[in-house]
Design a protein around this ligand. Structure first.
Ligand code: NAI
Ligand code: OAA
Length: 356
């Protein structure tokens, strides 16, 4: 039987809209309607991932698509964004997914966003420090933050790209230059250090890691990663041997993964997990939930340094409160001095990259 011509035309029209040419990712009116229906009117936040096609970006995009607090998910990268977007967009969860490829689409990717997560940049190979990534990643973070200042200056920024100890000061300087800097809205992601610390401490204590809470302060590289084992919850005591083992393993967790991957990159899956845990905390804060507390590398007056990682309370405007360090034992006080010395140089390096 011949199909009714009228219906055929409609199918052809819809099909052209639903299957746009490969790299044309603009939204057609049909897709827009479909997107609105997919949302079901559910309230939620608009989240962009910059570097969404990378080792961290892909699983991070997948996990954010599963987050019920997200209504719109923008995936931006300089390569492969269309493929990742097509793939993730077929997941039958609430968030509407849109892809953006290349710098000419950066502004569209950022406009209207509540939260921007940045895992863009090169990862380490064995034998490298995080600081060795500065040369390439500093410029990437600068460009992306200029876009944020222009298109979504009120967005919360979760900065993952290494070296975090320098990229956060870079972001702050870019925002200051643009006149949009709000220290409450810029957070360096150190959640993976906490995730690792919880895991390794739980192993030693014979507990479920979900029941363990280890504050990790300072920064995100080597000796700047300072686990406060004296403040572990539930309250626990450790032998000196256990303290040495745990501190060393937490400080070198990133290197452990870099070496195991043997040239194929650094932590991606555990990082995506940690990034989603942290982003979810930021979104719950934005929603107005009470008592949302996580560690992050932020603008701080806890020490004499302008940036430092401690526990922070997250709220409707980003950071509501930066917590002090609490009582430290002698071992931790020595660790703190070492951490501050290295951090000071890394922060200065980031600031001078922008100020010149
Ligand atoms: N804060 C933390 O705890 C952690 C940070 N990292 C850091 O995260 C970063 C990303 O790591 P991976 O995902 O493993 O690397 P990757 O190389 O797999 O992915 C990076 C992605 O960034 C994209 N990219 C490069 N330049 C860009 C630009 N100008 N704009 C947008 N996207 C751009 C690349 O195309 C790529 O898709 C690295 O700097 C790594 O050191 C990694 C693990 C933990
Ligand atoms: O070690 C790296 O280069 C990646 C990273 O920051 C981590 O895994 O903590």
């Amino acid at each position: 039987m011949q199909p009714i011509p009228d219906v055929n035309q409609r199918i052809a029209r819809i099909s052209a809209h639903l299957h746009p040419p490969k790299y044309q990712m603009e939204e057609s009116s049909v897709l827009r309607r479909a997107n609105c229906r997919a949302k079901g009117g559910a309230p939620g936040f608009r989240v962009a991932i910059l570097g969404a096609a990378g080792g961290i970006g892909q699983p991070l995009a997948m996990l954010m698509k599963m987050n019920p607090l997200v209504s719109v998910l923008h995936l931006y990268d300089v390569v492969n964004a269309p493929g990742v977007t097509a793939d993730i967009s077929h997941m039958d969860t609430g968030a509407v997914v849109r892809g953006f490829l290349g710098q000419q689409q950066l502004e569209a990717a950022l406009t209207g966003m509540d939260l921007v997560i940045i895992p863009a940049g090169v990862p380490r190979k064995p034998g490298m420090t995080r600081d060795d990534l500065f040369k390439i990643n500093a410029g990437i973070v600068k460009t992306l933050c200029e876009g944020i200042a222009k298109c979504c200056p009120r967005a919360i920024v979760n900065l993952i790209s290494n070296p975090v100890n320098s990229t956060v000061p870079i972001a702050a300087e870019v925002f200051k230059k643009a006149g949009t800097y709000d220290p409450k809205r810029l957070l360096g992601v150190t959640m993976l250090d906490v995730v690792r610390a919880n895991t390794f401490v739980a192993e030693v204590l014979g507990l479920d890691p979900r029941d363990v809470d280890v504050p990790v302060v300072g920064g995100h590289a080597g000796v700047t990663i300072l686990p406060l084992l004296s403040q572990v919850k539930p309250p626990s005591s450790f032998t000196q041997e256990e303290i040495n083992y745990l501190t060393d393993r937490i400080q070198n967790g990133g290197t452990e993964v870099v070496e195991a991957k043997a040239g194929a990159g650094s932590a991606t899956l555990s990082m995506a997990y940690a990034a989603v845990k942290f982003a979810d905390a930021c979104l719950r804060g934005l929603r107005g939930d009470a008592g949302v507390v996580e560690c992050a590398f932020v603008s701080s007056q806890v020490t004499e340094l302008p940036f430092f990682a401690t526990k922070v309370r997250l709220g409707r405007n980003g950071i509501d409160e930066v917590y002090s360090l609490g009582p430290l034992n002698e071992y931790e006080r020595i660790g703190l001095e070492k951490a501050k010395k290295e951090l000071a140089g890394s922060i200065e390096k980031g600031v001078s990259f922008i100020r010149g």
